[in-house]
Design a protein around this ligand. Structure first.
Ligand SMILES: Nc1ncnc2c1ncn2[C@@H]1O[C@H](COP(=O)(O)OP(=O)(O)OP(=O)(O)O)[C@@H](O)[C@H]1O
Ligand SMILES: [Mg+2]
Length: 284
């Protein structure tokens, strides 16, 4: 999927149609043609023609049985979210694809603040594809889940502002616009000061906790490092202290981290004292 080249092909009326589907995603698996047409203020015949073209580009998914309707694909949702960021002046230009995780697509961009990244969330997309092959299930689940996941990440990053996380600039649909971090994933590098780094990460996790946030997917894949420091990324799984299972999840995060440092650098830390230190720090 090449978002920039798809983006440049979309005309004014197509954006209106995509907007009409987007606004109605929460109410329908497939948004009925007449609802799209009304909401976009474009007559049904023209709406149908545009939907067909967008379907050919893989931006929407049309349905003709039972009733005529359409929904967005992951590309469609991402394009429309990008459009919202561009319309509000947050994003000036989209650049190259930087990475494709199992649950996201990350692009370079130029934002109001300068160089930045956009993370497009695609939660549940993989498993959803399998479901679609089996039965006509619609893709409401994956769209709504992806949007929620982006929202969750944005809220967590906002709460953790000023700590060792990318600064979050904006959120629209499944897209989170954030600071570009020029660093490598911890698992890809061999650091010379592992003890010090581990201590600093643990201190940061304690600071997160004091702001009421548990990461939920802490691993050497989600820590970026360079000569000047480290950043913790990837917060869609994060939860608030007090939410169901928060303590188990905090323990799991610590376990992942300690295991990695033990395996890779032979640094042994006691799990109980690590957790005690974090939890007893609250409010200090
Ligand atoms: N702010 C950022 N600056 C620079 N690179 C980033 C930034 N955010 C993400 N990346 C890059 O994109 C990759 C994927 O991002 P991230 O870890 O947030 O999502 P993910 O791994 O797909 O999510 P999940 O772990 O939920 O599947 C990262 O490993 C990193 O290389
Ligand atoms: Mg990740």
């Amino acid at each position: 999927m090449d978002l920039p080249s798809l983006y440049s092909k979309i005309g004014k009326n197509s954006w209106k149609i995509l907007g009409a589907i987007f606004r109605n995603l929460w109410n329908y698996k497939y948004v009925p043609l007449n609802v799209i047409s009304d909401s976009a203020k474009i007559n049904e015949e023209k709406t149908r023609r545009i939907l067909k073209a967008l379907g050919d580009e893989g931006i929407v998914l049309n349905k003709f049985t039972e009733y005529e309707g359409a929904t967005l694909t992951f590309a469609g949702l991402s394009l429309y979210s990008l459009h919202l960021l561009a319309e509000s002046g947050q994003v000036k230009a989209i650049g190259k694809k930087m990475g494709e995780g199992k649950e996201s697509l990350v692009y370079n961009c130029i934002s109001k603040q300068g160089e930045a990244v956009i993370k497009f969330h695609k939660l549940g997309y993989q498993s959803f594809k399998k479901v679609v092959e089996k039965r006509d299930y619609g893709n409401l689940n994956f769209l709504v889940l992806s949007i929620r996941s982006a929202k969750r990440e944005f809220s967590a990053l906002r709460r953790l502002r000023g700590l060792a996380v990318p600064e979050a600039y904006a959120w629209e649909g499944n897209a989170v616009l954030m600071q570009l971090i020029d660093a490598k994933e911890l698992f890809k590098v061999r650091v010379d000061n592992p003890e010090e780094l581990l201590d600093s990460i643990l201190e940061e996790v304690a600071k997160f906790y004091r702001r009421g946030v548990v990461h939920g997917d802490l691993s050497p894949f989600n820590v970026l490092v360079n000569e000047s420091g480290f950043w913790i990324i990837d917060f869609p799984q994060s939860l608030e202290v007090g939410e169901d299972n928060w303590k188990e999840i905090l323990l799991r995060d610590l376990e992942n981290l300690l295991k990695y440092f033990s395996r890779t650098y032979r640094i042994e830390r006691d799990m109980n004292s690590a957790i005690e230190k974090i939890i007893s720090d609250r409010g200090n």
